[in-house]
Design a protein around this ligand. Structure first.
Ligand code: GAL
Length: 313
């Protein structure tokens, strides 16, 4: 049993294999945490692991690969999961929500046909189970806008939002999704225009919404910032610093809310020279009143008696 994880180290699943779930997201469903993330090996795009304690991860499935079935819904601009040269496309920062009305697991991801990041599109896929083989529904530009680094957020009433970097990353857009989560319904915010914020991660605490973002420096880390709002539809506050000038060598992936008291910052420590050496860093978000702060810890310890997560300097 795994009772310790080292930030920035290799994290193995329960079979001793390194976990491939970068730029990811965790969905809590039927007593399990499902961790989805980028898996760029071979013909894979997105892999899924699950755990009850966040320490012992069981590999479940490669939920999106080059051979994932394609089923168009409505008008999508680009349907393939293989580009015109027969190579892989680029799928980044996959996020999955469960839609309570349709009972579908809905995945949104950043889509690029090639490595030049010129498509700046999003793509969606769905499944009837959290770790089943997803069906791919194609990529598109929401309301015609560019859409790169992205995240999803589901509010308590089931309303969901897609947040993504637009206008060559200069602006961060917030879109309310349609009830089935299969399309955008309305652009409700163009945030911090010209500030180049990316890697958005949203959480809600005491009725307030928080958004963490990074600046735009590719694989290199930079100063994280957060903002607060009383509604997902804004207005959002100005940006304030979060963590140190490299956010402890991380970029946000998502925030996991375990309870009203426990918010975990899940992030990537990218290795731009060798993507496959990229690792994970999880830190507790500590609050002073309403102000979230991030401190650096070297590892996560599993406290057997309380089954909780402790952090070691
Ligand atoms: C980062 C982005 C990553 C990836 C990378 C490529 O800024 O957050 O998801 O796109 O750039 O350089």
């Amino acid at each position: 049993m795994n009772t310790k994880l080292t930030n920035g180290g290799i994290w193995n699943d329960i079979n001793g294999e390194p976990i491939h779930a970068h730029g990811g997201h965790i969905l809590f469903h039927d007593d399990f945490y499902y961790w989805y993330g980028e898996d760029r090996r071979g013909d894979m795009y997105v892999s899924c692991y699950r755990s009850k304690d966040l320490f012992n991860w069981e590999f479940r499935n490669h939920i999106l690969t080059t051979s994932t079935p394609v089923a168009p819904i409505r008008v999508r601009t680009n349907l393939g999961l293989v580009n015109e040269k027969g190579g892989k496309v680029n799928l980044e920062r996959p996020k999955v929500l469960f839609n309570p009305a349709t009972k579908k697991f809905v995945l949104w991801v950043h889509y690029e046909n090639g490595n030049d990041y010129n498509d700046a599109a999003c793509a969606i896929a769905t499944s009837d189970s959290p770790d089943g083989h997803f069906v791919y529904h194609g990529s598109f530009n929401p309301f015609g806008y560019m859409s790169r680094d992205c995240t999803l957020f589901q509010d308590d009433d089931g309303t969901a939002y897609f947040i993504s970097a637009a206008r060559d990353n200069a602006d961060l857009h917030v879109y309310r999704l349609q009830e089935d989560y299969l399309n955008v319904e309305c652009l409700v915010g163009k945030l911090w225009q010209g500030e180049y914020r990316e890697a958005p991660a949203v959480f809600k605490r005491n009725g307030k919404y928080y958004m963490l973002t990074s600046f735009c420096t590719g694989w290199e880390p930079n100063q994280g910032k957060y903002a607060m709002a009383h509604s997902m539809e804004g207005p959002w506050s100005m940006l304030s610093d979060f963590g140190d000038e490299t956010t402890y060598h991380t970029q946000p992936a998502f925030v996991l809310k375990r309870s009203e008291q426990e918010f975990l910052y899940f992030s990537d420590r990218w290795n731009g020279a060798d993507y496959f050496q990229s690792s994970y860093v999880v830190l507790p978000i500590e609050f002073h009143g309403d102000v979230p702060t991030l401190n650096d810890y070297s590892s996560l310890l599993f406290e057997r008696e309380t089954r909780s997560m402790m952090f070691e300097r």
